[in-house]
Design a protein around this ligand. Structure first.
Ligand code: FES
Ligand code: FE2
Length: 353
């Protein structure tokens, strides 16, 4: 007797109608100098530069309200802590206020552009974005990571890729236990736990890869910055370890910039030689085809799915999405319960074929 088949499943998907609130890492400290950098984020254009007097990184709206030129465009330059527009040389201070017009007797009172909050921590630079215009929240401050500052590590090396998808697709990875075999080449997962607490979300994972047994710990601080440590015990008895960053900055509601950062132990012989260390990290990134860039191939042509059919072996995706959703609603709508520490253990072993 034929059993009736269920109706084909209908995938539902909708994009968030606003950007998440939080700190977004835009690069390493050494990437920002007194040369203006153009950042096309959050559906607009920003200019970032390091002030020559203060040594601080400043970020301003890039579109000059005089006649619309881009303050990070060709010919723009920095003078002290101000940026000079390449079109008619109006000069904008780090507070966003116009402080000089070379050919005017009086600066118009309304000549002010938006200045964005900036944070430098862990040898990285972050910009704060809140769609409601709120100031940075103390609770969401990026904490100092002592290991980053220990001797014996290379500088961060960051690679970037544009992804035509909402940035939530990247976050799903934290709970997605079952993709580590097919996408990243893991052979077995023996421990898999997610921990949610306020703006933090941690994934603990142990298992086995072709390199040896592995221990992995990854934590998101807010919606845009995740720091990860991976240790492998090799068959030779040696230990291999590195730190990485998995980060996103929305470029529009339908696209984001993916930033992946790497920090490895300094190889023997290149102590004090930053160029050689960066070259070493680049070689290791290029050699690791199954690492974090393997996800890009999936994101490139997947669809947003709000109603995934989950099975008992999947990780706590629904919980993860509830956690992430706190960054998509105004502060006064964040559920109180999210501040509590919650542990979701999904450690039943998966053996990938
Ligand atoms: S457009 Fe910037 S000074 Fe005129
Ligand atoms: Fe992944």
């Amino acid at each position: 007797m034929n059993q009736a088949l269920p109706e084909p499943y209908v995938i539902e998907g909708s994009l968030p109608d606003r950007y998440p609130r939080g700190w977004f890492c835009i690069g390493t400290d050494y990437e920002f100098t007194s040369i203006p950098v153009k950042l096309d984020y959050f559906g607009t254009s920003l200019v970032a530069y390091r002030g020559q007097n203060s040594g601080q990184v400043h970020i301003l709206d890039a579109y000059c309200p005089h006649m619309g030129a881009n303050l990070a465009g060709a010919g723009s330059c920095i003078q002290g802590d101000s940026v000079i527009c390449p079109f008619h040389a109006w000069r904008w201070g780090s507070d966003g206020v116009c402080n000089d017009i070379p050919y005017a007797k009086k600066i118009p009172a309304k000549a002010r552009i938006r200045s964005w909050p900036v944070l430098e921590e862990n040898q990285l630079v972050y910009v704060w974005h809140d769609p409601d215009g709120g100031e940075p929240m103390e609770e969401q401050r990026i904490p100092r990571d002592e290991q980053v500052f220990e001797d014996g590590w290379t500088p961060w090396v960051i690679r970037r890729a544009q992804v035509e998808s909402n940035c939530r697709e990247l976050i799903d990875n934290m709970a997605d236990k079952a993709h580590f075999g097919p996408v990243h080449g893991s052979e077995e997962i023996t421990l898999f736990t997610n921990i949610s607490e306020g703006h933090k979300y941690t994934q603990l994972m142990n298992g086995r890869s072709p390199m040896g047994t592995m221990e992995s710990e990854a934590t998101y601080y807010g919606p845009g910055y995740m720091i990860h440590r991976l240790t492998h015990q090799l068959a030779t008895g040696e230990t291999s370890r590195f730190m990485s960053l998995v980060m996103n900055v929305p470029t529009s509601l339908e696209s984001f910039e993916f930033l992946a950062g790497f920090k490895y132990p300094v190889p023997p012989g290149s102590e004090g030689n930053m160029v050689a260390q960066i070259e070493h990290v680049n070689q290791l990134i290029d050699a690791n085809e199954r690492g974090v860039f393997a996800d890009l191939a999936i994101w490139k042509d997947k669809v947003t799915i709000d109603n995934p059919i989950l099975c008992d072996g999947d990780g706590p995706l629904t919980r993860l999405r509830q956690w992430y959703n706190q960054f998509l609603v105004p502060v006064d709508q964040v559920p109180e319960s999210l501040s509590e520490r919650k542990v979701y253990d999904k450690s039943e072993s998966i053996l990938f074929q």
